[in-house]
Ligand binder design. Structure first.
Ligand SMILES: Nc1ncnc2c1ncn2[C@@H]1O[C@H](COP(=O)(O)OP(=O)(O)OP(=O)(O)O)[C@@H](O)[C@H]1O
Ligand SMILES: [Mg+2]
Length: 259
């Protein structure tokens, strides 16, 4: 296995006297999809916010390419190649796909007072990058609000990849999507991974995780229950771990079937 791009060692995060993370270790290697699973409140979002410079860990270490790192802000993490796609996606629905793709980082042409936004180039890049992710846009000046949820998710992913992400963190990218849109996002994850980018895929859904994951880490009440490789663990075992095992068995018993 190649060495990790980012390593999180024994991360703790306290909010006042609430312990959201009680010692979580996790790493991401180039070209893998590392799934982070866990029930509501398990600490998944807190953990990735620590990884992306939003929160400072109370305790624990972060290393990038084996070197100690500390992120004072999300900007620092982004400069280290750690990009996050949040569920709300940070997009402006009425603006075009191209404008959303570049968001203030537009290519320009001409110099000095002749400098202006190079719309042809921006449109071309947007079309190419979206096509590389398997989406053929009708027109790049189409408003983002007219795209489906899965397509919008892909714009956000393609944007992060184009601007140099080495690690791409996706917080529940499939939770609001239907079956076909989910399949599209999972196939996008697969394409991103083939580019050598490490993907952190946060989900509640064991089936979505099993479809693309190379490794699986389960969080439960701010602790890691362990990390398993693809092939080492079955879907129902993962499901049990997420729910804390016993509770699921009891629920199945009381409902008289499989949940
Ligand atoms: N800013 C904060 N201040 C206080 N407590 C917080 C804060 N952020 C998170 N917590 C607490 O930390 C715990 C973990 O929350 P977190 O949002 O990380 O869980 P999650 O696994 O992402 O859950 P979900 O699946 O619902 O998104 C929860 O008990 C939550 O209430
Ligand atoms: Mg969350």
């Amino acid at each position: 296995m190649t060495s990790p791009i980012i390593e999180m060692r024994d991360i703790e995060k306290h909010f006042g006297n609430i312990v959201a993370l009680a010692g979580v270790s996790f790493d991401v290697r180039p070209g893998e999809c590392h799934c982070l699973l866990g029930d509501n409140g398990a600490g998944k979002s807190t953990f990735i916010k620590t990884m992306s410079g939003v929160h400072k860990p109370t305790r624990g270490e972060i290393a990038i390419d084996g070197q100690r790192a500390s992120f004072a802000s999300p900007r620092d993490a982004m400069n280290a190649g750690i990009a996050t796609v949040y569920q709300d996606l940070a997009m402006i629905p009425l603006m075009s796909v191209t404008r959303n793709f570049f968001m203030g980082r537009e290519p320009t042409k001409g110099r000095w007072i002749f400098r202006r936004f190079d719309i042809e180039r921006a449109n071309q890049v947007t079309l190419e990058q979206m096509r590389a992710m398997g989406i053929n846009l009708r027109e790049p000046d189409q408003a983002v609000g007219t795209l489906s949820g899965g397509e919008r998710q892909t714009v956000a992913i393609a944007r992060a990849v184009y601007f140099g992400a080495r690690v791409l963190i996706l917080d529940e990218p499939t939770s609001a999507l239907g079956v076909r849109q989910t399949a599209n996002v999972l196939s996008t994850i697969d394409k991103v991974r083939r580019n050598g980018i490490g993907v952190v895929f946060i989900t509640h859904n064991v089936r979505h995780a099993m479809a693309v994951g190379d490794r699986f880490t389960v969080l439960n009440r701010g602790r890691t229950l362990g990390t398993a490789k693809r092939g080492e663990i079955k879907a129902d075992e993962l499901q049990d771990l997420m729910a804390g095992g016993q509770e699921m068995v009891e629920l199945e018993g009381s409902l008289g079937g499989t949940v």
